[in-house]
Design a protein around this ligand. Structure first.
Ligand SMILES: *Cc1c(COP(=O)(O)O)cnc(C)c1O
Length: 335
């Protein structure tokens, strides 16, 4: 018998309960934990027409002592407040949102998988005002919903090196929305990514407008080689990943020289001859890139396999998640 259990794919299942709070008349009402069920929305709801929506994604991990800890929730909540502000949506109250996350985790405690599984938390904010004439008016009402999803080892089937299409023509999103985690940005990246899959069998598109390396549709991009790690410096054009930040801190502690700056496609391809490349994000943590496809030419990254430094960095962060390595930065928060 094969001992690998077939698990649902990432995000395909939800826990039994969610938390909901509504904003109206200028303030947030009380939040409530209830069974996951369809929500009621006017067909004229602002979000359905004008895409007033943002979300977050982070994980809670069962620790060796059985307790459940949340990874850097404070940073994710701050990022959601920033997304809401930029979209002129009512800003979630950080204390209320944290309490909603904890309430869902505690209500669904028995549903949190053992490591290397986790509970993926997905707060969602939507503009609910019913007015199809409000194209240039912010939604005066909103719903904040916290969903949770059991997830298992992302690479249960082994780590396959990614094929990445390097696109130096298209942009991922409008320049001022780069730091906003909003559905519209995903919609914008969808067609180029599907086309890259159909034409080049690529897993993702690395957006590099004006020849400057930015990020993919849903993950940050890192270059790694012995003692060095390089990634784009923080600016408004791309999403500031919490995983990116965590990996850079771990790399620095390992004695890596951490370089954050703008770099070109040409520099990246040069680095790829001998170095490693990887994508970072909450879902996969760190995924190795094996091939960069640029203007129809395939460039192997290092050996073309997931690099050893990539694997080692990922292992270190996963050990912190799971409470198997010391949490020196206080990244694990109580549930
Ligand atoms: C969510 C996201 C990331 C990764 O952020 P993490 O905080 O590391 O999960 C990167 N890029 C985009 C576009 C994203 O939406």
């Amino acid at each position: 018998m094969n001992d690998t259990v077939k698990r649902p794919s990432f995000g395909a299942v939800l826990t039994s309960h969610m938390a909901v709070a509504n904003f109206q008349d200028g303030q947030w009402g009380p939040s409530e934990v209830k069974p996951v069920e369809p929500i009621t929305l006017s067909p004229a709801a602002h979000v359905l027409h004008y895409a007033s929506t943002c979300f977050e994604g982070f994980k809670a991990f069962r620790q060796p002592d059985g307790r459940v800890k949340i990874f850097r929730m404070d940073m994710h909540i701050r990022r959601m407040q920033q997304s809401a502000r930029q979209l002129t949506l009512p800003e979630p109250d950080p204390e209320q949102l944290a309490a909603m996350v904890r309430a869902v985790i505690n209500r669904c405690k028995d549903e949190v998988p053992e490591a290397p599984g986790a509970l993926y938390l997905r707060p969602l904010l939507i503009g609910t005002m019913a007015n199809i004439g409000a194209a240039a008016t912010p939604s005066s009402s909103a719903s904040l919903i916290v969903l949770a999803s059991q997830v298992w080892d992302y690479f249960a089937g082994g780590m396959k090196p990614l094929r990445i299409l390097v696109d130096d023509v298209n942009t991922r999103c409008a320049a001022h929305l780069g730091v906003v985690k909003t559905g519209g940005n995903y919609a914008a990246a969808m067609a180029p990514t599907r086309e890259a899959r159909a034409k080049f069998n690529a897993d993702q598109v690395l957006f590099c407008p004006d020849g400057e390396v930015q990020e993919t549709g849903a993950a940050n991009f890192l270059l790694i080689r012995a003692g060095q790690i390089m990634t784009r410096s923080l600016d408004l054009t791309f999403l500031h990943g919490v995983t990116r930040d965590s990996l850079l801190k771990i790399a620095a502690e390992n004695g890596y020289k951490v370089t954050e700056r703008v770099f070109s496609v040409a520099e990246m391809l040069e680095w790829a001859k001998t170095g490693e490349a990887a994508l970072s994000g909450t879902a996969a943590i760190l995924a190795g890139v094996g091939t960069l496809i640029h203007r129809g030419i395939e460039h192997k990254v290092g050996s073309g396999d997931v690099g050893p430094l990539t694997r080692a960095l990922r292992t270190q962060l996963v050990a912190i998640h799971q409470g198997l390595a010391p949490d020196r930065h206080g990244w694990l928060q109580d549930s």
